[in-house]
Ligand binder design. Sequence first.
Ligand code: ZN
Length: 228
Amino acid sequence: MRKSRLRRVRAAPLEVVWVNMAVTPEKALRLPRCPHCNAADPYLGLKTNFVEHDSQGNEKTWGIYVCGRCAGVVSAHWKAKGSFQSFPKLQQAVASSDIPERPRAFIQEAMGEDKPHSTCLLLASALDAMLKEKGLVTGSLFRRIQQATEGDAPLFTKSMAEWAHDIRLDANDHRHADPNAPLATMADARRLLEFTTMIAELLYVLPARVERGRAAAPVTEHATTLSR
Ligand SMILES: [Zn+2]
């Protein structure tokens, strides 16, 4: 049965061409995030497209897309106009387990939030919790951010403190319902999410990776010595 179907498809190439035209890959792939660099609303432009057949003669229309930001390649199997399955799979963003529990919970919730105001409030809470975890427990969030830039080994550079104040101010606008503050958009919320996750990376994730690297280093040295 399968064999005869395969033959029929091969014997009538025009029919295959006609079916191919039914599914046309779109010029840009719409994904909420790039599966490679995690950029929000990435521009994924069509590079090439083609049709392949499986062993049963079923056709598959493929589009190959490239992320405008990281040049990562995403392939999409088009099933109908607007309906596709893309690879690699878009993972639900997961806050790193290197971030302490309390700020991680706020960041994780913000990652899944689709309302800009709630996202801004969650991110300010995450920032506040991160600084408290670093021992900056007194005063307001404003004071904690200032303290993070002080001392012999400041936690924040000047630019990081500016990001932190951006996160704080956006949340303040919503918390106090400032009538003059412009309403945050999802693009604003995603920008703040990016800032907050970068601060978490710098404060917790990268140092933890360095520690793991250092812990693993003696083993590598030993192995190298043995192999000589
Ligand atoms: Zn990308």
